[in-house]
Design a protein around this ligand. Structure first.
Ligand SMILES: *[C@@H]1O[C@H](CO)[C@@H](O)[C@H](O)[C@H]1NC(C)=O
Ligand SMILES: *[C@@H]1O[C@H](CO)[C@@H](O)[C@H](O)[C@H]1NC(C)=O
Ligand SMILES: *[C@@H]1O[C@H](CO)[C@@H](O)[C@H](O)[C@H]1NC(C)=O
Ligand SMILES: [Ca+2]
Ligand SMILES: [Ca+2]
Length: 310
């Protein structure tokens, strides 16, 4: 009786049919915590976002049963067939865990991983699969921040595997722009400003559900970026915080187009060609500089950023 009332409140046919009647009864308690797993469908027009444990960045609740506070990431595009998943923070304590399930078709394979502990600086690798399930389970006492993860559909095959064009440029790249666009992203106030065209800002920064995290990308991503770009994404967070940056996609003309991530004037990471990576800053200020020269472009980058309190 109790669980029927809760399903009625949710009004979601998808959640109701995802469980057999036995599992509904078993999960009735859990529905008071999260209401079951949420299905997230990735398509060509809705292909990236964030998932987190309940309450993140505050501590997750106690007594969350397995499978309740979770997400099923399902790819249903005509040109895309898998999802990339990258954690930006992952912290649980003994008795609690985050479970990650990855499934592939052709050949059919499944992987399960459970994470208990503090994974700052040692986050799991970026993974890709046809679909993914992520959920948190907790026991009756004690908790931590839980997790924040970014996901993005893998780009269509041609984008991923197509040759990176290298023309007969023999000298250094020529950067014909004198204008540097500075985009200031403040994760304390939530303010995002640009010295460039504010109407074009949405093509380079997409805030997440919280002001403390979001995505930055090359202009027009996953379309090809323009030549002669020079953009500095200036990320600043509250005193004492750090930034986690998760590179979900990166494809550039090698050597001539690139992203440099720096902190207080020192380079933390250079991205050119094709590469994926997670990194943490030491401080609350990070600059991400994207540059392209006068010719040849690619799909560019998609980076998830998050202010994390450790
Ligand atoms: C490649 O070289 C040819 C012959 O030297 C030249 O005509 C052409 O403009 C070059 N292409 C590029 C993109 O530099
Ligand atoms: C980057 O942001 C910080 C903090 O808001 C600010 O002090 C600094 O001037 C900004 N840098 C640029 C190049 O605008
Ligand atoms: C930034 O670099 C300067 C010069 O290298 C150094 O004196 C300063 O302590 C650094 N600041 C931080 C916050 O690391
Ligand atoms: Ca616990
Ligand atoms: Ca180029």
């Amino acid at each position: 009786m109790k669980y029927l009332a809760i399903i009625f409140c949710l009004g979601s046919a998808v959640i109701a049919t995802a469980f057999s009647s036995e599992s509904l009864a078993r999960n009735a308690e859990s529905r008071e915590v999260c209401g079951g797993k949420e299905e997230i469908v990735l398509t060509e027009v809705a292909d990236h976002g964030f998932i987190s444990s309940p309450g993140y960045p505050n501590n997750y609740p106690n007594s969350v049963p397995p499978g309740d506070c979770g997400y099923d990431l399902v790819v249903r595009g005509t040109e895309i067939d898998s999802v990339r998943l990258g954690f930006l923070q992952l912290r649980t304590i003994t008795g609690d865990y985050v479970q990650v399930e990855l499934r592939d078709n052709e050949p059919a394979q499944e992987w399960f991983d459970q994470y208990t502990g503090t994974f700052d600086l040692f986050l799991p690798e970026l993974t890709a699969a046809n679909d993914a399930t992520v959920f948190l389970q907790s026991d009756e006492a004690g908790g931590d921040r839980g997790y924040l993860a970014a996901y993005a559909a893998e780009l269509p095959y041609d984008f991923l595997h197509g040759e990176i064009e290298v023309d007969n440029k023999s000298g250094p790249g020529i950067y014909e722009t004198s204008f540097t666009e500075v985009i200031n992203i403040n994760t304390e106030t939530g303010e995002i400003t640009t010295s460039g065209d504010v109407n074009e800002l949405h093509a380079k920064v997409q805030p997440g559900a919280s002001k403390t995290y979001g995505f930055i990308s090359s202009p027009n991503h996953p379309g090809f970026y323009p030549n002669n770009e020079n953009i500095v994404f200036n990320l600043s967070g509250p005193a004492g915080s750090k930034f986690a940056l998760r590179v979900l996609r990166a494809k550039f003309e090698p050597n001539y187009d690139y992203v440099i991530v720096s902190e207080n004037g020192s380079t933390l990471l250079t991205l050119t060609g094709l590469r994926s990576k997670i990194l943490y800053s030491d401080t609350n200020e990070v600059a991400v500089n994207f540059r392209s020269d006068f010719s040849n472009s690619h799909s560019g980058f998609l980076i998830a950023y998050a202010t994390v309190q450790t």
